[in-house]
Design a protein around this ligand. Structure first.
Ligand SMILES: Cc1cc2nc3c(=O)[nH]c(=O)nc-3n(C[C@H](O)[C@H](O)[C@H](O)COP(=O)(O)OP(=O)(O)OC[C@H]3O[C@@H](n4cnc5c(N)ncnc54)[C@H](O)[C@@H]3O)c2cc1C
Length: 448
């Protein structure tokens, strides 16, 4: 039996389904998909991160007596060629977004594919309500998962040490430059591996609940990028946190299951990638200038602008800030969540289709178990609460460095200072809040 092991977003050797399920002769491969790469900005940091992670995986596989063949091109063409070299099947882990499903269907026409659901703890097709339909609310979904409470740890896949490496040209001649990219500077936390991040987080876990919303405190795990590219398995992370046996650890595991929940929703309701989950026909604001002001961080609201400018620079944003900017875009500017979702997708280092779509629909009150339409964040109250001394705002927006924090947390106050070069607010918070409440109330009544 000659098997191709196609690594995609499972760039690890620990607890890896394909490395455990394979047997006999194997060709481990990674493909830099031309089509995906051509749609990215040329300064995309994720490509540098993936490139380095793939090389690290190659090294780890070599230490185990295996190797990794690295390709750049169209997966369909690559598998068509490989198929002619006499392979029997292809093993890979799956994703449930539209593009991945479509690509995999095409590949199945070329080679038999053995698929594994290895990027999440749950297999979405195994969890249903008593009436046989999928859950749409997080809490009952979460409570139904008995294994979380009953088991101390989840079973992990072991590495099959009997694999024989197929003779192949494993030399890697593809550089970032060949693919049209260059080495980008990555944020400091990405220089640490998952093991290090877990160790550090485990030491401070007891302040997770208390501090996780305070973006200046660095109290969250920063593991979302590693989870996204499978540098650590969700099972292994679950086990490590469970082992700590703390209340904050349980709260963390609950967050991990939001990731599971959104993947579950995308699996069962694939159209939620493109449509409002709730069938609401929202009259979205199509003003491109408003959208651009949000993207560039020129809305005149300090916390929004600081978050977006920092995001544009680093590709990262703290969860609380994601909640604040997504609420502002969809509720204050009344702009379609899909635009925000796409903008995040174009830059977010931990971009994960299911979590991003689910979270944006949550913020827009169009999704499953989403925030009630009348509960709209006031960005000024949010910054006063979570960035009291305006440390974050001032660190990003240098023009505001000498402005008193209270002024930055008061609507329109900074613009009264004629000596500060800072944009005017594009919309009043109370007016826009009321506009959204009225709009959603009307849509709700029409639906009922
Ligand atoms: C508008 C919006 C878009 C988002 N887009 C993404 C995305 O594309 N990819 C992504 O991984 N997360 C997304 N999130 C969720 C969340 O912001 C990040 O997972 C979190 O900020 C990552 O930091 P952390 O690993 O330090 O989080 P921690 O607090 O340490 O959480 C641990 C893990 O739990 C998961 N998690 C935590 N909160 C959520 C959540 N609300 N939804 C889903 N999973 C969660 C993540 O995998 C995270 O790594 C989004 C949230 C919002 C509001």
């Amino acid at each position: 039996m000659r098997q191709i092991l196609w690594f995609r977003r499972d760039l690890r050797i620990n607890d890896n389904a394909i490395l455990s399920s394979a047997f006999d002769e194997v060709l481990p491969i990674f493909i830099f998909d031309e089509k995906i790469l051509s749609a990215l900005n040329k300064d995309d940091k994720r490509v540098t991160f993936i490139y380095e992670s793939v090389l690290a995986l190659k090294k780890q596989l070599k230490q185990k007596g295996l190797d990794l063949a690295i390709f750049y091109g169209n997966p369909i063409e690559i598998f068509t060629k490989l198929q002619k070299e006499g392979f029997d099947e292809l093993l890979c882990s799956v994703d449930f977004d539209y593009y991945s499903k479509k690509r995999d269907k095409e590949i199945e026409k070329i080679l038999p594919v053995k698929r594994f659901c290895d990027s999440w703890i749950l297999k979405p097709w195994e969890v249903y309500k008593k009436d046989g339909t999928p859950y749409k609310m997080f809490t009952p979904f979460y409570k139904s998962l008995d294994f979380i409470w009953q088991s101390k740890s989840l079973e992990e896949f072991s590495f099959n040490t009997n694999l024989k490496l197929i003779n192949f040209d494993y030399s890697c001649n593809i550089s970032l430059k060949d693919m049209g990219f260059k080495k980008e500077v990555l944020p400091e936390f990405l220089k640490k591996d998952a093991k290090q991040l877990i160790e550090e987080f485990s030491k401070s876990i007891n302040s997770y609940v208390k501090d996780r919303d305070f973006f200046n405190k660095e109290s969250t795990s920063m593991l979302s990028v590693h989870l996204r590219f499978g540098l650590v398995s969700a099972r292994e992370l679950f086990n490590k946190i469970k082992e700590l046996n703390t209340n904050d650890g349980d709260a963390y595991i609950r967050q991990l299951f939001w990731r599971e929940f959104y993947n579950y929703i995308l699996y069962h309701f694939p159209m939620s990638q493109f449509e409002n989950f709730k069938k609401l026909n929202v009259p979205w604001n199509e003003n491109e200038d408003d959208f651009l002001a949000w993207c560039e961080g020129n809305t005149g609201v300090p916390i929004i602008d600081a978050s977006m400018r920092e995001f544009n620079k680093t590709g990262m944003m703290h969860n609380r800030l994601r909640m604040i900017v997504s609420s502002y875009l969809t509720k204050n500017l009344l702009i379609n969540w899909k635009k925000g979702e796409r903008y995040f997708a174009s830059k977010l280092l931990d971009y994960e289709a299911s979590s991003n779509i689910g979270s944006w629909q949550w913020a827009a009150s169009t999704g499953v178990d989403s925030v009630p339409y009348f509960r709209i964040f006031n960005p000024y109250l949010q910054s006063a609460k979570f960035d009291k001394e305006a440390v974050f705002i001032k660190s990003v927006i240098k023009e505001l460095e000498n402005i008193d924090a209270k002024t930055l947390h008061k609507e329109g106050a900074v613009q009264e200072n004629l000596f500060v070069d800072y944009p005017k607010q594009i919309v009043s918070i109370s007016f826009s809040r009321q506009r959204t409440i009225d709009t959603f109330k009307r849509l709700q009544n029409e639906k009922d």
